[in-house]
Design a protein around this ligand. Structure first.
Ligand SMILES: Nc1ncnc2c1ncn2[C@@H]1O[C@H](COP(=O)(O)OP(=O)(O)OP(=O)(O)O)[C@@H](O)[C@H]1O
Length: 699
């Protein structure tokens, strides 16, 4: 689908007015009118080029101005760049006069004047070398600073309120996105390749913005000064020139407009292709075990073909454009000289004036034909603005605490007014589903640090829960009620696909499609152990302390050093989780070195070792509630017992845990069982002594 479709979706019908009135772009899927979804083609035709341009300028304004408003460094560098551009323009005007004197001196065979001009040239060159160098330097320096600022700001939005997770669910984790379908038909796929948007599109946006700013200022100053020069030499030439440039620009836009669309497509297809390669790298072992190379090769080939097809179309479109632009440029070589030549032959003007007229003509034509010469860059730039803006827009909507009426690039997203009853999945489902009705409310409770004598705290309460998949297609559980007191442990069982993991997602606040109320501790007091633990990049120490102390040995932030967990403590923790030799193994015999060793832990440790490492995080993070989703599936029965014994030891310091699993042995480590079957949840106490291997787990 093309960017036109996205634009149509974004600005369909009354929303155009809304954008202009409020200064904000409306919610992407919500803003689509029913008519638009029924008559997409008609809606697409309605979008005039002026609307497109207005939308582009609006997007540019929203993404560009905050940095220059907030950053003093940005303001200073911008001012400096402006001054340097003016000096550079002054230099060009000065040199055009020197060209005049130079040729006139040659034509008159005036040696003294000739050498004076040469001297003036040399002095000017010496003076303008630092200006030229400073021009590049300041522009790049400003671009680096701006890119850093914008990337940090976007990353803040990306991580705030787990927007990155919501984006993944919205895109289904895939890179193939049909923008038009997403925006008009309210399908869940909206943003492709957020990684590319953050890494590449921001860089392109900041770079092109500054390049075009420089070009715009230079061209304006150039245009004014050389128009005065040319007007004074030959006014008719100036008028002919304006008409020539206008026609050239018009034809370029007509011939090359397809390139904007193709460039937009190119960014997306290249990212899809790269994504398929990254996915192979991440799943190399599984693919190798399955010998799935053929399938992967076919898929990568398919994406490569899409890239090549698009590149070929770009090449063809460029060829058509080149025919025109090359002929146009050739004409400019002779046109000014042809027009001034009669006056020269009549002795009215000197040879130098002919030359100066040619230089002035070149400058003015260059300034007026900026769209012709920069057409490809402009096409890239506008495609980049589209992609980045739609990304920011979707992130803004997915953040449950964000008011879309507020500024897009806020300094601190946590300044939003808290609305804790609304969670990510609710936002997603309300946007992606045709008929979202109710939602699950997740309430956080503040737990007292020590239990008061005789008071029993309920760690988790579930009231009248109706759990529905985010696409609103399947009800997984209904009328579910549960109360879990402190120090109690719950085992959730059910056949595969019954909705066990989904219930955990609901407790975590990641899914809220459905109805009912869940009361649970604050996120900081909960530790979640999935079947395949996440291993962040970093040292073994980082793995043990995650999520509280990532990059604890970072040279950039020494304050991150864990004050609470010394290396010796961490080695003891490793012994507790049955990984006594992991540190020394990683450090070639030196356990302390091993703690600081950086490895690709996901691919180095076995799944069972990773699962035990995840138990270590319970000790180091001291949560009040642990939620485990088949987190001992890769452990042998003995190791599993060790891990649960460890939990019970830690549990002496007020720990409640919930497990999801299929193994009957798990019964022995839990007090209560919740069996999910046929959408119903049956809660029962687990009698002591349960857990024999052949016991009917689901009975
Ligand atoms: N993002 C999603 N959108 C729609 N349906 C989903 C989504 N994620 C999971 N489901 C569906 O919800 C149902 C319950 O999934 P869930 O992962 O909770 O099952 P489970 O009981 O944990 O199964 P298992 O024991 O196999 O892990 C499944 O039918 C699954 O296909």
């Amino acid at each position: 689908m093309d960017e036109e479709s996205l634009q149509t979706a974004l600005l369909s019908g009354a929303d155009v007015g809304n954008v202009e009135a409020t200064g904000e772009v409306p919610n992407l899927p919500r803003s689509i009118s029913d008519e638009a979804s029924q008559k997409p083609q008609a809606a697409r035709r309605n979008l005039s080029p002026q609307s497109k341009l207005r939308r582009l300028l609006h997007a540019f304004h929203i993404m560009c101005t905050p940095y220059f408003r907030e950053s003093t460094e940005g303001k200073c560098l911008f001012g400096l760049l402006f001054v340097i551009i003016l000096i550079s323009c002054g230099g060009k005007v000065y040199l055009s006069y020197q060209v005049n004197y130079f040729y006139s001196a040659l034509a008159d065979k005036d040696a003294q004047r000739f050498w004076e001009v040469i001297l003036a040239f040399v002095i000017a060159m010496v003076c303008f070398v630092p200006v030229g160098a400073a021009y590049n330097f300041v522009q790049i320096r400003l671009q680096i600073a701006w890119r850093k600022w914008l990337t940090e700001r976007v990353l803040k939005l990306y991580f705030h309120n787990k927007v990155y997770y919501a984006l993944e669910r919205k895109t289904g984790g895939t890179a193939n996105v049909d923008y038009y379908d997403a925006a008009v038909n309210k399908k869940a796929k909206v943003v492709d390749n957020p990684d590319q948007r953050i890494q590449e599109d921001i860089n392109t946006f900041t770079n092109y913005s500054l390049v075009f700013f420089s070009i715009a200022v230079e061209s304006t100053v150039d245009l004014i000064s050389f128009s005065i020069i040319l007007g004074s030499i030959m006014p008719e030439l100036f008028i002919g020139l304006v008409a020539f440039a206008f026609l050239g620009t018009l034809f370029t836009i007509l011939i090359g407009k397809k390139l904007v669309k193709l460039n937009f497509e190119m960014l997306q297809r290249e990212a899809d292709f790269r994504f398929s390669l990254v996915r192979i790298r991440e799943n190399a072992e599984s693919i190798a075990f399955y010998s799935g190379e053929c399938v992967e090769e076919k898929e990568t080939d398919r994406r490569l073909i899409r890239v090549i097809a698009n590149a070929t179309m770009i090449n063809m479109a460029q060829l058509r454009l080149s025919f025109f632009t090359i002929s146009y440029n050739r004409l400019t070589w002779i046109l000014p000289i042809m027009m001034v030549a009669p006056e020269y032959f009549a002795g009215i003007v000197e040879l130098g004036v002919v030359q100066q007229a040619r230089v002035a003509f070149d400058h003015i034509l260059g300034d007026l034909s900026i769209i012709i010469s920069e057409f490809l860059s402009i096409a890239n730039f506008s495609a980049g603005i589209e992609r980045l803006f739609s990304f920011l827009n979707v992130m803004q909507q997915l953040d449950r605490e964000r008011d879309v009426g507020k500024e897009m690039l806020l300094r601190d997203p946590s300044r939003y007014e808290k609305k804790p009853d609304k969670t990510i999945s609710e936002t997603i489902s309300s946007e992606s589903s045709a008929s979202p009705t109710t939602r699950i409310f997740v309430k956080d409770i503040e737990l007292p640090t020590t239990a008061s004598f005789g008071t029993r705290i309920n760690i988790l309460t579930i009231r009248d829960l109706k759990l529905v998949t985010p696409d609103n297609k399947r009800v997984l559980a209904e009328n579910l009620n549960l109360t879990l007191g402190e120090d109690k442990s719950l085992l959730i069982v059910g056949v595969s696909g019954a909705g066990k993991s989904s219930l955990l997602r609901a407790i975590a606040g990641l899914w809220t499609t459905g109805d009912g109320v869940i009361t649970r501790p604050r996120t900081e007091d909960i530790c979640f152990l999935p079947q395949r633990p996440y291993c962040p990049p970093g040292t073994l120490r980082d793995q043990l302390l995650y999520p509280s102390m990532v990059n604890s040995d970072s040279e950039f932030d020494p304050t991150c050093q864990s004050a609470q967990w010394s290396d010796q403590d961490l080695l003891t923790v490793l012994v507790q989780v049955d990984l006594p030799d992991l540190a020394s193994r990683s450090g070639d015999g030196d356990p302390l070195k091993g703690l600081s060793t950086k490895l690709d832990w996901s691919n180095t440790l076995s799944l069972g070792e990773q699962q035990r490492l995840a138990f270590a995080r319970i000790i180091t993070n001291k949560p009040r509630l642990v939620i485990m989703d088949e987190s001992t599936s890769a452990l042998d029965v003995k190791s599993e017992r060790k891990m649960y014994d460890l939990l019970r030891d830690v549990g002496q310091q007020q720990l409640t845990y919930i497990s999801v699993g299929h193994r009957p042995t798990l019964l022995a480590y839990h007090d209560i069982k919740l069996a999910i079957k046929d959408r119903a949840g049956v809660v029962s106490d687990i009698p002591p002594g349960s857990g024999v291997v052949d016991e009917d787990l689901f009975g």
